[in-house]
Design a protein around this ligand. Structure first.
Ligand SMILES: Nc1nc2c(c(=O)[nH]1)N[C@H]1C(S)=C(S)[C@@H](COP(=O)(O)O)O[C@H]1N2
Ligand SMILES: [Mo]
Length: 434
């Protein structure tokens, strides 16, 4: 046959080439039977698994019109997703150290939905009427100010994507107890924040010479107070009123919070009511009794602001179950010092490491999604990830971290998190049981 190929031929040829070159992601791969390798069997998911209404049949929800448009003035997830909720401990101590975690292992991408953002409160969640709320700026300033929320929203605005992470995520002792990725590191979330640069507001008030610290106070029953170094305040600190496009959730500090990108979450004071510009830190409870790190020699590190580079594999992760064959390994990485430069994944208990693919966008002080294609051969394995940030800092193994910091510390544990995969495919916390 001569002449140009018909369109039909071209389609057929392309399809043939594609099916020859593409390996099957759904095949269960090679099964080990009696020690011998059995050839891969192609999966037959469609026909066998299709319920009565599945294609090519017609499901009940196609035979009658669906729910009315606008029936839900504020949308909620599908009722079939009702297990995807915040991770709330059974013994939650309200008003002392209450925290609930983001279900990291259930989420994709880098943005935490507002309803699943982690919560950490020292005195409950205040119900603040924005019309009654005021922000006072005083101390070492030329023009003390008391701003309404309308005033705050008149300043030039910016939107930026950043993570917030509690510095006790997890504390040094909790690493062996956690079962899921959320149990271990669910006190980190990431959102697109909108607000005004703290610098813009401080310049409106006019800083006096000698201004070195800004003491931020929350309008909650804890009156949570933190000293913010002036350098950070004039750099990338924000006063935010929106989270992923809508106003802050009450749990995140409605109507106004500070956001110090990359610094320990405790400094991002919620329900912000006061900024007192001073020449010295306040040495508040959160800077003395709490949020310091006891070192092996008995001294304590204080003002340990930056959250160092960290990563965790969220799938497969603790309490999930995988089957042999193709499995995508995916997770999140982040650094308080800037962007993530590299994430390496080991699937052989740390003997070798390979570069994971970073999903764009890779943003400054934001979660970064990573992925690695993996074929599990069905043998027990330990998988883990290790992040390197733009400064060259490499996420340590727990043994390395403990070597440098001892075991008395509570905060700032950014160690590598291993997941153990049993022969059954069950995934569990890979830290040795101690
Ligand atoms: N006013 C006030 N701000 C606060 C807190 C608080 O209890 N009160 N908790 C802090 C702590 S310890 C953390 S980790 C973050 C948690 O922010 P999130 O609840 O929005 O995740 O807020 C910080 N800001
Ligand atoms: Mo925190």
């Amino acid at each position: 046959m001569s002449g140009p190929e018909s369109d039909e031929d071209r389609v057929r040829n392309t399809t043939e080439v594609a099916s020859r070159s593409r390996r099957s992601f759904l095949a269960r791969g090679t099964a080990l039977v009696g020690g011998g390798l059995v050839a891969a069997r192609a999966a037959e998911p469609a026909a066998a698994a299709s319920p009565a209404g599945g294609p090519p049949g017609v499901p009940p929800w196609m035979t009658t019109p669906g729910a009315e448009t606008g029936a839900q003035p504020y949308g909620t997830p599908s009722p079939f997703e009702k297990t995807v909720v915040k991770n709330i401990p059974k013994t939650l101590k309200q008003y002392t150290s209450a925290s609930v975690r983001t279900p990291l292992q259930e989420l994709d991408g880098i943005i935490t939905p507002n309803g699943l953002f982690y919560e950490r409160h020292h005195g409950g969640v205040p119900a603040i009427d924005p019309a009654q709320h005021r922000l006072m700026i005083h101390g070492l300033v030329e023009r003390p100010l008391v701003l309404t929320m309308d005033d705050v929203r008149r300043f030039p605005s910016v939107s930026q994507i950043h993570f917030i992470e509690c510095s006790g995520n997890p504390d040094f002792k909790a690493i062996r107890a956690g079962r899921t990725a959320s149990d271990l590191v669910g006190l980190v979330s990431c959102a697109e924040w909108t607000g005004v640069r703290l610098r813009t507001v401080l310049e409106e008030a006019g800083l006096q010479p000698g201004a070195k610290w800004v003491i931020a106070e929350g309008a909650d029953a804890a009156a949570l107070t933190r000293s913010l170094p002036i350098g950070k305040c004039l750099d990338d600190a924000l006063l935010v009123y929106s989270q992923n496009g809508e106003r802050l959730r009450p749990q995140q500090g409605y109507p106004l919070r500070v956001l110090l990108p990359g610094y320990e979450g405790n400094m991002s004071v919620k329900w912000l009511r006061r900024l007192n510009v001073t020449d010295a830190p306040a040495y508040s409870r959160e800077e003395t009794a709490k949020y310091t790190d006891l070192m092996p020699d008995g001294t304590a590190r204080q003002f340990t602001f930056t959250m160092e580079a960290k990563s965790v594999i969220t799938r497969p992760s603790g309490t999930q179950r995988i089957g042999p064959g193709f499995n995508e390994i995916t997770g999140i990485a982040w650094s308080g010092r800037g962007t993530i430069a590299r994430v390496e994944v080991s699937v052989d208990d740390g003997r070798s490491w390979q570069a994971a693919q970073l999903q764009a966008p890779v943003l400054d002080k934001a979660l970064t999604r990573f992925r690695l294609a993996w074929t599990w051969n069905g043998e027990p394995a330990v998988i883990q990830s290790r992040a390197t940030d733009e400064t060259g800092y490499v996420q340590p193994l727990f043994s390395e971290l403990a070597g440098a910091r001892g075991l008395n510390s509570f905060y700032h544990n950014n160690a590598v998190i291993p997941w153990r995969i049993a022969e059954s495919g069950e995934v569990s916390n890979g830290y040795p049981k101690a």
